[in-house]
Design a protein around this ligand. Structure first.
Ligand code: 3PG
Length: 419
């Protein structure tokens, strides 16, 4: 072991009220050295002894390894609360998940979980309205049915007018919720303001036609100041939700939007999460991302569709969803979102596995319907009705032509679930 990393171990169990606790897994030739290197680099240490180091600094701020499983490459590290600036999410990451991922002492490193004390959690805003707030806005608090949402497709390219028309068809067909796609912001073919104004007109028209409440989440992702300006614009136009690509925008951007105090629910898209969460041996787990997102304050979060096109095992997604809905400090529960590769025929399997406290989002599975968007949305609601009444989908499709057409197009698609 390199001497410089000695002393970052403690036999004492840390007080969870005064420490942030990180759980790591790693591969390294010398596990004890590697674990202490993580503790050192992510708190007060570096590769050499420092003439500037003071005993008081080490005593007060050094992170300590308090559990080490050298055989399996696992360690838990406690970080004194004084290391962290309250209410600063990027700083938390620069600390516990900063340089350590690139250190030569480690062949690979994965941050599996992160526990934060109540006193620190309190310095963040958390979800503005949360799962129950979103349900209240859409009037589903009593029925507890799943929310059905769509992403306008093609992902980009439609004009605001075309986009709004697709939105109207989606809403009238039975969608509660509609969002922009993750790569749509304010390109030349779809300027943000015009798109928002036109889609909100569709929301109004669809609400009068159906008597149901509808919600649109425009993607405000941009440079931080511009994101806040766009969110304010949505609010000024009577919009009731916004969407943020929370990974590409970063936690600083997300915090700026959340802390602007607009009280608009934030739909969190996780585009790019798999760059760091997919490799089981290296990176940051989706659970850590979920904790950070909830703490900063998102109201709906993509966690994986289990039966869809994105990776994510049933075990992992159900664990994330349960945690999002559960108590955590004083933060409101978050609505889990299943999205990516869902068609109407997958709805019963998804509901049977994941339950109804869920937003089910579909793009291709609605706008790819052979008879168009409205029929695609209707097929989704028919699939839900069939499941709710315990009628096999094939049976229900006999009297519902939209579902029958969905069968003809997607009936051969295999539903693969990773346990
Ligand atoms: C998303 O935002 O989750 C995707 O755009 C979903 O699109 P899909 O339903 O066509 O896979």
């Amino acid at each position: 072991m390199r001497d410089v990393y000695k002393g970052y171990v403690t036999g004492e169990k840390p007080n969870p009220d005064t420490h942030v606790i990180a759980s790591f897994r790693f591969h390294a030739r010398d596990a004890a050295n590697a674990a202490q290197a993580i503790a050192a680099e992510s708190s007060v240490g570096t590769w050499t002894e420092l003439s500037t180091m003071k005993p008081r600094i080490r005593k007060r701020l050094a992170a300590k390894v308090f559990r080490l499983d050298a055989k399996n490459g696992a360690a838990e590290i406690a970080y004194p609360l004084a290391l962290f600036e309250p209410g600063n999410a990027p700083q938390l990451l620069s600390d516990v998940a900063g340089n350590v991922f690139g250190m030569r002492e480690l062949d690979s490193l994965r941050l599996e979980d992160l526990q934060v004390p109540k006193a620190y959690a309190k310095s963040f805003k958390g979800p503005a309205v949360g799962l129950e707030g979103v349900r209240k806005m859409l009037g589903t608090g009593k029925s507890r049915r799943p929310h059905f949402g769509t992403i306008v497709k093609p992902k980009v390219g439609l004009t605001p007018k075309e986009n709004a028309e697709v939105g109207f068809e989606s809403f009238v067909g039975g969608m509660d919720f509609l969002k922009d796609d993750e790569n749509l912001s304010s390109q030349s073919f779809s300027p943000f303001e015009e798109r928002v104004v036109r889609m909100l007109e569709s929301v109004d028209r669809a609400e009068s036609e159906t008597g149901e409440r509808k919600m649109y989440a425009p993607n405000v992702t941009a440079e931080t100041g511009e994101m806040v300006r766009r969110a304010e614009f949505v609010k000024s136009q009577g919009g009731t939700c916004i969407m943020v690509d929370i990974v590409t925008a970063g936690f600083s951007g997300l915090q700026s939007v959340r802390n602007a105090g607009l009280k608009l629910p934030i739909h969190a898209h996780r585009a790019m999460y798999a760059a760091f969460a997919r490799n089981p041996d290296h990176g940051i787990s989706m659970m850590v991302l979920a904790r950070l997102a909830r703490m900063v304050g998102v109201d709906q979060l993509h966690t994986g569709a289990i039966v869809g096109k994105m990776e994510g095992s049933k075990h992992e997604v159900l664990g994330l969803n349960a945690w999002l809905r559960d108590k955590w400090h004083s933060f409101r529960p978050v609505f889990p979102v299943a999205s990516g590769g869902i068609d109407p025929l997958r709805v019963p399997s998804l509901l049977a596995i994941a339950g109804t406290e869920l937003v089910i989002n579909a793009g291709g599975g609605i706008h790819g319907h052979p008879d168009g968007t409205r029929a695609g949305a209707m097929a989704f609601r028919q699939a839900y009705d069939a499941w709710r009444m315990g009628i096999p989908l094939e049976e229900y499709a006999k009297g519902h032509k939209e579902l029958a057409a969905a069968f003809r197009k997607w009936g051969g698609r295999r539903i693969g679930v990773t346990e």
